[in-house]
Each structure stands twice: as C-alpha cells, then as structure tokens.
Ligand binder design. Structure first.
Ligand code: G3H
Ligand code: 13P
Ligand code: ZN
Length: 333
C-alpha cells in the first residue's frame, strides 16, 4: 500500500472547494508519455495552476500504470525544480470501470479515482460508486462519479447517443453514494468529432461548422439542487481549428472535426463546474507539430527533433487553457 501523500500528491477536495468559491475550474489533462507530462507540469509551474493528471485505461494499456504512477511522482519533483514551491498535483484515474481497478489505483498511490458507472442502470451505478467511495475514503482518496451518458467513444465506454443528466436524480445519487464530485452530461462528448455536421450550422464566411450550445439549463438545475457541489465536464476539448488546418495541410485527414467553443467553457468554468477534462486538444497540438516538422524536414529522424516542438506546442496550449479558459492561474502559489 502506497499513500499518495507520501508522494507529494494531493486529492481534489481542497482544490475543488477553492475552485467553486473562486469561480474557476481545475484543468484535468490526460497524459500518456513523457513529453505530455513535461508540457503539463511546465505550463502549470509557470502559471502556478493546480492540476489533475489523468490516467485513462488507454494510457494504462499504452504506457503501463506502474510507469505512469512513477512518472507522476517524478512530476512533483520536476515541478519543484522548475521553481514551483508548493505544487498542487492530483493523480487521477480517468473512467475507472470496475471496483478492482479503482482499488488497485488507491492502493498504488493515486489521490483520486473516477468510477464511471454511467452506462449501468441507476441503482447499479449507485451500488458500484458507493463501494468505491467506501474503500477510497478510508485512505482520503477522492472519488468522481458520473450520471448521464456522453455521446462518443471512450475506451470501453461506447455510447451512440448522449442522455443528459436528469437533475431530479442528482441529490439522491450524491447523497447515497457519498461521491466527492459528479460528472454530468450537458452536450459535451469525447474526441475530435463532438457533433455530426447535421447537428451544426455553417459559418457562411468560413464554411466551418458551428456547434450547438451546451445545455446550460440542465447545469443550472443541477446547481440549484446541489449548491456548492463540485461538477465535472468531460469531453471539453475545443478542437482548435488552427491545429486541424495544419494537420490537414500536411498530409492529415480530419474532415469536419469540431469541439466545444471556448466561450462555452469559460461560462461553465465560472459556474459549479470545477474540473474540465481536456485530452484531444493536446493530441491535436502534438500531431500538428510533428506533421509540420516531418513535412518540412523529410530527412529528420531524431525523435527529439519532432517531439520537442510537439512538447513546446502542448505547453503553449495548456497555458492558454489555464489562463484564457479555466482561470486557474495563480491559484496554487
Ligand atoms: O476519456 C477519454 C480520454 O480522452 C482518454 O482516451 O482511452 O484513448 O486514452 P484514451
Ligand atoms: P476530450 O476528448 O474532449 O479531450 O475529453 C477528454 C476527457 O473527457 C477525458 O476523460
Ligand atoms: Zn472523459
């Protein structure tokens, strides 16, 4: 048994309480490799932003959970080396799907876990979530749960259509499970294709897709019923058009990729939403930078020469999110 406190990590409790009070959101960035982790930590150290490092099942399969955990431990020391005196770094399991997986993360030094029972019938979601909460809380590990279904594909959780969270269920769910935060469905989804073209309108000038607004009425109803309770938004990448254009003009093919406009996320960050999940945007930044270097320098074969620029681009992206979208800069001095 490894306790996350011995690794210099923190759980989400205090981060979320401050974020709810302060009207901003904590960035939850997924990581799968060293360059991504370096970029996240550099961006957070330079902006003094608290951060949640997320490990998905895909990341565990790709990079190995043990290695990722040690990397997160190393990240705390790296942050201090960069001059961030009191790093506020949480290591979080993203979309945990079984009690056993959540338990193994708690036992191994994660400071927060998500149990995603959103695809289960309501009572089964409650039972599974409660079981995880009862275990995790013994070690002061915080637990995120999910109610409502996001459209799109997330590892093993596949949903054709989204079902918005039913506000009338949230009090019962939060009370009976004891979860520390709740992911809700209000129209976001995972990946770089968040809306079908037929769900969008087209900007007559650019021909680009303009997505429909998020269901802020559902969010407000949830907030009314659970005042001050930490709400989480998954699937919150914006799919920056400049990255899509660089990718497409350097041999890529991402037709009609579309994300959540940043003004919608800014509005959400000021509300009870205190954790915003971003993964796809970092993948796009990485891919755009790599494609550009390889297209411009076909003779390059040193991975540091294209992963380095990719890391710089991701750092820029993370800082932009922190400062311009979430408002979490300066909140972990
Ligand atoms: O929830 C989805 C995240 O973007 C993780 O995706 O399972 O491909 O790592 P992944
Ligand atoms: P995006 O695919 O929009 O980046 O969402 C990531 C996410 O929700 C991870 O849990
Ligand atoms: Zn997610």
């Amino acid at each position: 048994m490894v306790n996350y406190k011995d690794l210099g990590l923190v759980n989400t409790r205090e981060m979320f309480a401050k974020a709810v009070d302060g009207g901003y959101a904590i960035p939850a960035f997924n990581f799968n490799n060293m360059e991504q982790l370096q970029a996240i930590i550099k961006a957070c150290a330079e902006t003094k932003s608290p951060v949640i490092l997320q490990v998905s099942s895909g990341a565990r399969k790709y990079a190995n959970q043990t290695l990722l955990r040690y990397m997160a431990e190393g990240a705390v020391e790296y942050a201090k080396e960069l001059g961030w005196e009191h790093p506020q770094i949480c290591l979080h399991l993203d979309h945990g799907d079984t009690f056993e997986l959540c338990k193994s993360c708690v036992d191994f030094g994660f400071s927060s876990v998500m149990i995603d029972g959103s695809s289960l019938p309501y009572e089964e979601n409650i039972a599974l979530t409660k079981k995880v909460v009862d275990y995790a809380h013994q070690y002061d590990v915080t637990v995120e749960a999910e109610l409502g279904v996001l459209a799109g594909v997330e590892d093993d959780v596949v949903a054709e259509e989204s079902h918005y969270t039913k506000p009338e269920e949230v009090i019962d769910f939060a009370t009976r499970t004891g979860c520390d935060s709740l992911a809700i469905s209000i129209g976001t989804s995972h990946g770089a294709y968040k809306f079908k073209p037929e769900q969008c309108t087209r900007d007559p000038k650019t021909g680009k897709l303009v997505p429909p607004p998020l269901a802020f009425d559902v969010l407000e109803e949830v907030e009314k019923r659970l005042p001050g309770f930490p709400i989480v938004l998954h699937g919150s990448s914006s799919v920056p058009q400049e990255y899509v254009d660089i990718i497409n003009s350097h041999g890529g093919n991402l037709p009609d990729a579309v994300g959540i406009p940043e003004d919608q996320l800014r509005k959400a960050a000021k509300s009870a939403v205190c954790k915003i999940n971003i993964d796809s945007d970092s993948r796009l930044a990485f891919t755009a930078a790599v494609r550009k270097v390889l297209a411009e320098k076909p003779g390059e074969f040193d991975p540091r020469k294209y992963c380095g620029p990719a890391r710089d681009e991701m750092t820029k992206l993370y800082k932009h999110k922190i400062i311009e979208v979430l408002g979490s800069d300066g909140k972990a001095e």
